[in-house]
Ligand binder design. Structure first.
Ligand code: TYD
Length: 200
């Protein structure tokens, strides 16, 4: 099973993905948590470049996808084959939202590349943590070159468009609310959608 968390910078997805990881572990489930870009030695090196260097948008796209391929091969596939629950802090929707809707790269091309880089693996469920860019930017502790309000507005619209198109898979959560309230919705959604796996 693959659960992904998506949202703009400062939306709280890192906090929520860690909370879910701890919660499922305490429940005795075999679970892993990775972040994109990252999660492998090469992925972490690419992450450093992607966050800190000014790059052409095509280079940016290709490096995100490269980091993803390594993560899928080295971590995601082996874990899923062992029957683990895998939680990802960002996955293919981030690339479509940031490089497609945000940077303006061709959406269909980005989708194809996403599929290529991830070997066609799709999340079973995606939590989109939705927030106003103005509020989100105020919450960010470690600034990156993606934290610009006008850019994040386009990215947010992209995420919401993906959620409209794939409403079965993508669950939108309003994160202007408190952390515990949002986490309550996540637990409830999982137990309703997958009662055989999560009976809490
Ligand atoms: P992340 O560490 O999740 O940022 P934060 O914790 O601040 O939300 O991701 C790093 C940055 O990489 C983030 O600004 C979003 C960007 N990103 C893309 O532009 N495309 C992608 O495909 C991915 C995975 C991330």
């Amino acid at each position: 099973m693959l659960i992904t968390f998506e949202g703009i910078d400062g939306s709280g997805k890192t906090t929520q993905s860690k909370k879910l990881y701890e919660f499922l572990r305490e429940k005795g489930l075999d679970v892993s948590l990775y972040r994109e870009p990252g999660g492998t030695p090469l992925g972490e090196e690419l992450r450093d470049i992607l966050i800190n260097k000014e790059l052409n948008e095509r280079t940016e796209l290709l490096l995100f996808e490269g980091a993803r391929t390594q993560l899928v091969l080295e971590r995601l596939k082996p874990d899923m084959e062992r029957g683990m629950v895998v939680i990802l802090d960002r996955f293919t929707d981030s690339t479509l939202a940031y490089q497609g809707y945000g940077r303006g790269l061709d959406l269909e091309f980005v989708k194809k590349l996403n599929e290529f880089a991830s070997f066609g693996i799709k999340p079973d469920i995606t939590f989109l943590l939705d927030i106003e860019p103005e509020t989100a930017v105020g919450r960010i502790r470690e600034k990156s070159r993606f934290d610009n309000v006008d850019f994040l507005k386009k990215v947010r619209e992209g995420f919401l468009e993906i959620a409209r198109k794939e409403s079965e898979r993508v669950v939108v959560l309003d994160t202007h609310r408190g952390e515990e309230e949002v986490f309550g919705d996540i637990k409830e959604t999982l137990s309703v959608r997958f009662p055989e796996k999560f009976d809490f």
